[in-house]
Design a protein around this ligand. Structure first.
Ligand SMILES: [Zn+2]
Length: 1022
């Protein structure tokens, strides 16, 4: 999900121009607050403009409160600004938990000082006068000048010191605490004035890890008896990233214009990744002699799918891996519009080799796509089990963190904003959720959708504990009954004889209003549900949907929206999940009622309007509405749901344009530079649309997208976004296969819900085409991102997973009380960890073993039970025991990483098999009760390099990503030297514990890493 934010529009024009010069079509240009000032929006913690209120303009709802007084006065330069009088109780306080989960910290804001009293502070954040971070503009009793200090209690520190701030003048103050660089730098009007190297090693030493004991004051000191701040403040911001000089200069120059919509020039953000000379050896490429040309065929109009990896030849008996070749990636299909032959020249990073692809364009067009062959098992058919040593597995640990906490949640909290929208009273003691479901937040209700799915999955998954299962059954019924009752009210007169508006397309303005608006405040929200059209359900009135159709943009104003269909998708998907696991007909009725409402409205819009709406940045984000509507069609067979699903086609991305000239359907990369998690669910929808419509274009959209996403945009944990260029942590890099050049955003990488959606897409594609590479990816993402995204002792979980040197994971939402998008998908991931271990053929003649996880499968359709017992990945083998009798094909995955062999025994007797890594091995047999199949696949160490800078690589042991355990933050990549002929010679340790050492540094699985880590290393081979 994309985040909401303060300002509004702007950069569209400039940004389009920038992109055009880079040769990308303008349809891909995105603008929005995220790239304002060239800082990813997730980098911001809070922003107080102070133009008349104390609201946080960021998406985080960290609204401030006033001490006794907070006065706003008119200023010549900035309009309304905050004025603090210097009186004792005249200050502003920020919510205590604002300063948690930070790698680094930057503060910026306009300050106008009216007094030179020593000891007054612009801000003072911390626990007490020993553990705090403050800025004293005219010094303290102990220190002359402008002093800024961050301390965890050590004595005699000066902090950063410079001349006192000028009086009676606006100055732009910036303080950057850069933990990896171990510096604090103060700036006045974007010029550095002071620096300190005496800073804490981690910000948790100052602010703790929960943050709730902190006092965060603006204008008031934590030191008793100090004078209060006498002056004015404007546009005070807190960032969780260390602002670079370029960034803070951009903020400075932009904010001099005040809070306006003026376009600003966005230059490429400061590139602070180390650069390497072209002569620097890049792993095995230093030993590379040649890479052969490849022959590729393609159909007329389809860009060829070029192999990302080609077998090269190496010198000095080096057995190198396949060679990554970087091919050009055109923006349309003009090269393949005529049959014939043409040549594409690729390159190999760190070499001057130029392998060629000779492409034959066949005269015919592609017509077919694979049919659905497999089906998944119900979550109630597969259960996780202890490992071969009877120890809990990481999967069980994480499942239990989520299930146990979910069981304690109050459904009324998740219904709060729905009742609020319908003007209904809250049951006594009900607490609303926070974060993106707060009163004023235009995305409220999104967590409820995730919650519906999570409790449905938890219900299906807890057959092992009837009490828990009953708990979730009760929650499901209660949630559905309440939503059903509310939905019944929509469009119906309050009482006999009163008026109502049943027609979804005739919804009038709210009572007393002269326009549709998105005002959700207690005072401003409309609750006239009788006018909303029949079937309507959401946690806000229908205005946002209507405004979007009329061209409303994303933003915080009443005239703007967030992403109404994104939220709706979660709610509908959750209702359908409940229907599917429990047969609750009311859940289906609420879903179809709202789906009918959507159809009524969207079917009246011209296609051009729909294209425009879905291309509206953020506002047009619709999650997987296409998937959900296609799913409803599959359940109900009602044609208009299929039509509605297709109204959500992202035509530009899928098909290039309204004429379907190219796009992903013809293998053109139309998603470079786009927001990752806005678009991945649309692709999940595309595969569902193929399933119900048989239109092969939809299949090819999904298949082509997957191949490109995994080959050209993937980090080693399986995540796919985090662009430095364009500067937004949530988007795909500006060009494919340029992670080093354009990725590794300082604001983070690997939005966790993007990987959740990638796994969903991957599993679905495998049901059509049983390519082992799909489940290889699934395994990678499951172990190294999803499993790795959860806190050690609670279900708190990650948003981004940063992979820069010495990064640390930040976990949020331990008590399930305030959800971002990633906290939402986390409760879904955590309740279906067993989902893809096994699949079966639709006709129940074949079983697929995809993952090696201790578990039991009840294949009820065949009256067969399969028990898988293993300590994988702390053991490189697994054993399947079959209960029951019958002939079927057992397809077992031979992982792509299993290059040291794959050995099968049945009932203790070794089978002669030809098992190629990256395939499925078929074992056909008339299986007998008690048959035991053992699969052994020795692990080996291997490197997974960044495609365009191969010496920067991750270390894997089998499927498991190993992270260097870092003692402290760092700026540079950790350097390791490994034996070129056999890297395992340079690594010691215990495979059964997955604990290793290289040059004295500890490595362990990333999924078991909670401290600072280096997932990418600067590797030299010798
Ligand atoms: Zn997310």
């Amino acid at each position: 999900m994309i985040e909401m934010k303060s300002y509004r529009v702007f950069l569209r024009f400039i940004f389009i121009a920038t992109i055009l010069t880079k040769g990308i079509s303008p349809v891909q240009a995105q603008s929005g607050d995220q790239i304002l000032d060239g800082i990813g929006e997730t980098g911001m913690i809070a922003r107080y403009v102070f133009n008349g209120d104390l609201k946080d303009w960021s998406r985080n709802n960290l609204h401030a409160t006033a001490g006794q007084n907070a006065t706003f006065i008119n200023d010549k330069r900035f309009g309304k600004v905050l004025s603090l009088s210097g009186e004792k109780n005249d200050f502003v306080q920020i919510p205590a938990d604002a300063l948690t989960d930070m790698e680094s910290l930057s503060i910026s804001g306009w300050v106008y000082l009216r007094s030179e009293k020593k000891g007054q502070v612009v801000f003072d954040f911390g626990k007490d006068m020993h553990k705090h971070f403050f800025a004293a503009p005219s010094g303290t009793n102990l220190q002359e000048g402008f002093q800024s200090l961050i301390t965890a209690g050590k004595n005699n520190q000066k902090g950063a010191v410079s001349p006192a701030l000028a009086l009676n003048k606006w100055v732009y103050l910036t303080i950057v605490v850069d933990i990896p660089a171990k510096t604090m730098v103060t700036y006045v009007d974007a010029v550095p004035v002071g620096e300190s190297k005496q800073i804490p090693r981690e910000l948790t030493e100052v602010f703790g890890s929960s943050g709730d004991k902190n006092k965060l004051y603006i204008g008031k000191s934590l030191l008793a008896g100090s004078p209060a701040f006498d002056g004015m403040l404007h546009d005070f911001r807190i960032y969780r990233v260390p602002l670079s000089k370029n960034q803070l200069t951009a903020i400075y120059s932009n904010s001099q214009r005040g809070v306006s919509n003026r376009a600003v020039n966005v230059t490429k953000v400061e590139d602070n990744l180390p650069e390497f000379p072209l002569t620097r050896a890049q792993l095995y490429n230093a030993y590379l002699l040649a890479v052969p040309d490849v022959q590729v065929e393609t159909a007329l109009g389809d860009l060829p799918r070029l192999p990302s990896y080609v077998q090269g030849t190496y010198k000095e008996d080096i057995v190198g891996p396949k060679v990554r070749v970087l091919w050009p990636s055109p923006n349309d299909n003009s090269t393949v519009l005529e049959a014939g032959r043409y040549t594409i020249t690729g390159r190999v990073p760190g070499t001057d080799l130029q392998p060629k692809a000779i492409v034959t364009v066949k005269p015919s067009k592609t017509t077919a796509a694979p049919r659905l062959k497999l089906a998944t098992f119900g979550l109630n058919q597969v259960s996780l089990q202890a490992d071969a040593q009877n120890q809990q597995t990481k999967f069980i640990e994480n499942r239990d963190k989520f299930i146990k906490t979910l069981a304690t949640t109050d459904p009324n909290s998740f219904l709060y904003m729905f009742r609020d929208a319908f003007g209904k009273p809250q049951p006594e003691g009900t607490k609303p959720l926070g974060v993106w479901d707060s009163q004023d937040t235009k995305l409220r209700g999104h967590a409820t959708g995730h919650y519906l799915t999570a409790i449905a999955q938890a219900y299906a998954s807890t057959g092992y504990d009837k009490t828990l299962q009953a708990n979730f059954a009760e929650k499901m019924t209660y949630m559905v009954n309440t939503l059903y009752e509310l939905a019944q009210l929509s469009g119906n007169p309050q009482q006999a004889g009163a008026v109502g508006t049943a027609d979804p397309t005739a919804v009038p303005y709210g009572p007393g209003k002269s326009a549709y608006d998105s005002d959700l405040s207690r005072e401003g929200i409309r609750t006239d549900y009788w006018n909303w059209g029949v079937g309507y359900i959401s946690a806000y009135p229908p205005d946002q949907f209507i405004m979007l159709e009329k061209g409303a943009k994303y933003g915080g104003q009443k005239t703007q929206v967030w992403a109404p269909y994104y939220t709706l998708h979660k709610i509908l998907a959750g209702l359908i999940d409940i229907y599917e696991v429990s047969g609750n007909e009311k859940a289906l009725q609420v879903a179809t009622g709202m789906a009918d409402w959507v159809y009524a409205r969207l079917s009246k819009l011209p296609k051009e309007t729909l294209i425009q709406v879905w291309n509206t940045y953020i506002a047009g984000e619709f999650g997987g509405m296409n998937e959900t509507m296609a799913h409803l069609y599959r359940i109900t067979h009602k044609e208009h749901y299929l039509k509605t699903a297709q109204m959500f086609d992202n035509i530009d991305m899928f098909f290039g344009n309204a004429q379907h000239a190219h796009g992903l359907a013809k293998n053109v990369d139309t998603f470079r530079g786009l927001h990752a998690n806005q678009h991945i669910p649309q692709i999940v929808g595309s595969i569902e649309l193929y399933q119900v419509s048989d239109l092969p274009e939809y299949y090819r959209v999904a298949d082509n997208f997957w191949y490109k996403a995994v080959n050209d945009y993937m980090y080693s944990i399986g995540g796919v976004a985090g662009a430095r260029n364009p500067a937004n942590a949530e988007v795909f890099t500006a060009e494919p296969a340029t992670l080093y050049e354009n990725g590794f955003s300082e604001g983070g990488q690997n939005e966790t819900c993007a990987t959740y959606n990638m796994l969903k897409l991957t599993g679905n594609l495998f049901l059509f085409d049983q390519r082992a590479e799909y489940m290889d990816y699934y395994e990678r993402g499951l172990y190294n991102h999803i499993l790795a995204s959860v806190a050690e002792n609670t279900p708190a979980n990650t948003y981004h997973v940063p992979l820069r040197p010495g990064s640390i994971k930040q976990f949020g939402n331990p008590n399930m009380t305030g959800f971002t998008c990633c906290n939402g998908t986390a409760i879904e991931s955590g309740t279906k960890l067993q989902h893809s271990i096994y699949f079966k053929s639709k006709d129940d003649q074949a079983l697929y073993v995809n993952l090696f996880i201790s578990s039991t499968l009840e294949w009820t359709e065949r009256q067969i039970t399969v028990t898988q017992k293993t300590s994988f990945p702390k053991q490189d083998e697994t054993e399947l025991t079959i209960k029951g009798n019958g002939q079927f094909d057992l397809h077992v995955r031979v992982p792509g990483w299993a290059t040291k062999g794959f050995y099968v025994t049945i009932n203790g007797k070794e089978e002669k098999v030809q098992a190629q890594p990256g395939t499925y091995l078929k074992l056909s047999r008339n299986w007998k009760n008690g048959d035991r199949v053992t699969l052994k696949m020795p692990f080996q160490f291997h490197l997974d390099p960044v495609m365009d800078q191969q010496n920067i690589a991750s270390l894997f042991y089998g499927p498991i990503l190993l992270a260097a355990q870092e003692p402290e933050a760092r700026k540079d990549w950790r350097k390791v030297t490994l034996d070129a002929k056999d890297i395992s010679k340079s690594i010691t340790g215990d495979p059964q514990q997955l604990a290793f050492k290289i040059d004295g540094v500890d490595f362990k699985p990333f999924y078991d890493t909670y401290g600072r880590h280096s997932v990418y290393l600067d590797v030299t081979l010798k």
